[in-house]
Design a protein around this ligand. Structure first.
Ligand code: BES
Ligand code: ZN
Ligand code: ZN
Length: 539
């Protein structure tokens, strides 16, 4: 076990650290948090802050809390008696130089009702600990997990929470305080015998948390610094570093492939489009094994085109590439976690601009699949770029598809910024994704796709039109359009328009791009193909 904290300058270099006993404690890039398991008795852990949690209406204090109470001279029971510590979820009580502890501070977080406690709560508590402490210039912490809660899953969730919370969108601030972040963290409470579980959880949590932050970083970039070409080069660099195959299709190749829908969106801009294709192939690939396709909308700026958007809030349309960013983030983690199935990410990227060559409402475009589309509203561009990306993903051999897109304002009306809207054509596959979203702590809610909605995208002069004729149901209409291109291939559409961006800071995360989807898709990929039901289409 590594006992002394890593010197700050070393822990921030691009090095693989190995402790004296050979166990790996830290592999990371500059700025990453060092995270280890610390099996010492909690009272002996030297750290800037020991973090633990207390449940609401805790009648019988369990042995962990009782031990902490005894060591600290009844600090916890005194706080409870005074009414200051109630255990309400995310309530924070900070003690300085607590009696009996080697730690300089003790942070007690409210954990809510004990029977409701799980990975979702642990992830948020760990995040809240980081954000509370880093605001006070604290550099190291140890998160003490209570008895009965020491599993690999909890360790993973805590580490995801720590890493995601340590990220701030202050890249372009010139007056930021240097090093306002947690440099090293430990998870405590495990003993030598269960340490391997914790280590696995830490490793997985680190990869997923960092990959979510990678997606957030892309989503936060302003559109002048995140064009389709820049996104493609960032994706290419990520893929090369991760050892993934990458193919960037430029405007010429896109034209050769007759991707008329994608090109129609790009034609109003001086910036050329890109189609990013990244492939993960497992070492042992079974013949006829299912192939998971991850398709992500990456409009680097959506003005609406000729159907131009109002100025109010238009600046936010830089995050219209968060579906693509989520797929790239997921691939970054998948490359290292090595699921048993093949995964292909297809990310169509373009600007949606009202230039002199821009498409006009009423124009008819021919998609790669051969279907004709009447473009009634140039602001419904996401479904156009996805149409060709979905067709291409099928051509590449994907047997199952998931797309993620900031597709409609209507999903924000339906589900606000709480749930991702889920549409699926294959119940077993959709159930699998919903189960993964629960594990990942990313809220998702299924929405309908009845045949009646299909009527709404019938066009007078083409096969289909890109907006609905009837009233309402905007999120479903968007999904119905993409479904035309998915056809019989089991497919799920995730509308993340409401959840990909956070206007306000949360106790566990900075404002800005959320990286929603990364954790769910990684969990799905890890389980996909492992059981029988996804090995064959279940239509
Ligand atoms: N990028 C927008 C959707 C969006 C809205 C994302 C709010 C994030 C927050 C999308 O391209 C769009 O403009 N959709 C239109 C579709 C309509 C014209 C049918 C919409 O939702 O208004
Ligand atoms: Zn739009
Ligand atoms: Zn858009």
């Amino acid at each position: 076990m590594l006992m002394s904290p890593m010197p700050a300058d070393r822990s921030r270099n691009n090095i693989d650290f190995r402790a004296a006993n050979g166990r790996r404690h830290f592999i990371g890039r500059k700025g990453d948090m060092e995270i280890k398991v610390d099996t010492r008795p909690f009272a002996k852990i030297e750290t800037d802050a020991l973090v633990t949690y207390a449940f609401e209406q805790e009648k019988t204090v369990d042995s962990g809390a009782m031990a902490l109470d005894a060591v600290t001279g009844d600090a916890i029971s005194k706080l409870t008696a005074s009414g200051e510590l109630t255990g309400k979820f995310l309530e924070a009580t900070l003690l300085h130089y607590p009696q009996g502890l080697a730690a300089h501070r003790l942070l007690i977080l409210g954990a809510g009702k004990k029977e409701k406690f799980g990975t979702v709560e642990a992830r948020r508590l760990a995040g809240a600990a980081v954000r509370t402490l880093k605001a006070k210039q604290v550099k190291s912490l140890a998160f003490l997990v209570r008895e009965g809660e020491r599993s690999e899953e909890i360790a993973q969730a805590i580490v995801e929470g720590l890493i995601v919370a340590n990220f701030d969108s202050d890249k372009y601030k010139t007056d930021k305080k240097p090093g306002n972040e947690i440099i090293s963290a430990a998870i405590a409470g495990w003993d030598e015998s269960s340490c391997a579980d914790a280590d696995r959880g830490i490793e997985r949590g680190r990869l997923i948390g960092e990959s979510q932050n990678f997606a957030r970083e892309l989503g936060n970039e302003p559109a002048n610094l995140m064009t389709p070409r820049i996104l493609a080069s960032r994706a290419e660099a990520m893929a090369r570093e991760a050892g993934l195959a990458v193919d960037i299709l430029d405007e010429k190749k896109i034209e050769e492939l007759k991707m008329g829908a994608l090109l129609s969106v790009a034609q109003g801009s001086v910036e050329p489009p890109r189609l990013i294709v990244i492939t993960y192939t497992p070492e042992k690939l079974r013949p006829n094994a299912p192939v998971l396709g991850l398709v992500g909308k990456a409009i680097t700026f959506d003005t609406g085109g000729i159907s131009i958007k109002p100025a109010n809030d238009m600046e936010k349309m830089k995050y219209d590439m968060c579906g693509g960013a989520a797929m790239l983030g997921a691939m970054r983690a998948i490359a290292r976690l090595k699921p048993s199935c093949k995964v292909i990410a297809v990310v169509p990227s373009s600007e949606n601009m009202p230039g002199g060559r821009a498409q006009k409402p009423g124009d008819v475009q021919i998609a790669m699949s051969g279907k004709s589309i009447e473009v009634i509203n140039t602001d419904a561009e996401g479904r156009l770029v996805l149409a060709d990306a979905v067709t291409y993903a099928k051509q590449l051999g994907c047997t199952h598809l998931v797309d993620a897109a900031t597709l409609t304002g209507a999903v924000v009306v339906a589900l606000s910024n709480v749930n991702v809207g889920v549409f699926g054509t294959d119940q077993a596959f959709t159930d699998q994704l919903l189960a993964s979203s629960k594990v990942a702590g990313e809220k998702m809610w299924p929405l309908p796709m009845d045949d009646e909605y299909r009527e709404m995208i019938k066009s007078g002069i083409a096969d289909i039109q890109n907006v609905g004729t009837g009233k309402g149901g905007g999120a479903t209409v968007g999904a119905m359009f993409i479904r035309e291109f998915a056809g019989d291939t089991p497919w799920i559409h995730l509308d993340i328009a409401g959840t990909a961006w956070q206007d306000d800071v949360k106790p566990w995360a900075a404002k800005g791009a959320t990286g929603v989807g990364v954790r769910t898709l990684v969990d799905l990929a890890m389980k996909f193909g492992a059981d029988g039901n996804s090995a064959k289409p279940t239509k």
